[in-house]
Write a protein that binds this ligand. Structure first.
Ligand code: SF4
Length: 265
């Protein structure tokens, strides 16, 4: 049973209203701080540390990213858009960062959304213990879960952790939850061959009936400037995004199986 008094605290770095890309309908995205992975292409590097940190704003002024909030305070923001959720079939998406990394706060917030009859979704790597995964399952309507590479060594090299836990949790989720969207960030030089995308598609199609679709998300550089503002170096500065036509053979490699495949989320 999750805490329902609204007092559970968590660390977030943004609340984004009127999103239409991260689940059904019009949504509010809550961005949590803290992630156990370190993907070199991460477009939200300010999400990775589990602590508040110094980060310049877009004009170069000093500032801090990360603030402690209670579930009740976040819900006050969320309910401002009630009429849009109900009309559009939207709701709330927890993203980050990794919401599984703050399970008490995330589960209490998801429970509050449920109590408010809002659709709930999470964007996750599913890099967590099975105990944590089980706790989230009854609170989430849609899991949007990343699969970045099938090779454990390459996964560790590019993301800082091996992929065994992630793949095990994908297997479990696919058998125990009715709505799992698998998403693949397609990164040049990392996984942008038909063989690598085909291997992920073969795995996705081997999973249980809860997996609904496979989305291929083309690499972009929108987060590059944030590294400078954090005083960090962007590791992929020499990598260019793929052209739209370069995504086609990758989509075709993934579409050889029965699972629906699309480019973009
Ligand atoms: S899992 Fe997501 S939030 Fe975490 S480092 Fe990778 S891209 Fe960034």
């Amino acid at each position: 049973m999750e805490n329902r008094d609204g007092s559970v605290k968590g660390l977030i770095f943004n609340i984004q209203r009127y999103s239409i890309h991260d689940g059904p309908g019009i949504r509010t995205n809550v961005f949590l701080k803290g992630c156990p992975l370190r993907c070199k292409w991460c477009c939200n590097p300010e999400s990775q540390s589990p602590k508040a940190e110094q980060m310049q704003d877009a004009e170069g002024n000093p500032g801090t990213v990360g603030r402690e909030v209670t579930v009740g305070e976040v819900m006050e923001e969320i309910v401002k858009d009630d009429r849009y959720y109900y009309r559009s079939g939207g709701g709330v998406t927890l993203t980050g960062g990794e919401c599984l990394f703050q399970p008490d706060f995330s589960c209490a917030l998801l429970q509050a959304c449920r109590d408010h009859q809002l659709n709930t979704a999470i964007e996750t790597t599913a890099f967590a213990s099975l105990e944590v995964i089980r706790r989230f399952i009854p609170l989430v309507d849609c899991w949007m879960m990343d699969i970045k590479h099938m090779d454990p060594q390459k996964h560790k090299e590019w993301c800082g952790q091996s992929n065994e836990v992630i793949l095990d949790n994908a297997r479990y989720l696919s058998e125990h939850h009715p709505c799992v969207i698998l998403r693949v960030p397609v990164i040049p030089g990392v996984n942008d061959t038909p063989e690598e995308i085909g291997a992920i598609a073969a795995f996705a199609n081997s999973l249980g009936k809860g997996v609904r679709a496979l989305h291929l998300l083309p690499y972009h550089r929108l987060g590059e400037d944030k590294y400078r503002r954090l005083g960090r170096t962007y590791a992929l500065r020499d990598i260019e995004p793929l052209l739209p036509e370069q995504m086609i053979p990758l989509r075709d490699a993934a579409a050889k199986y029965s699972l629906p495949v699309q480019i973009g989320g």
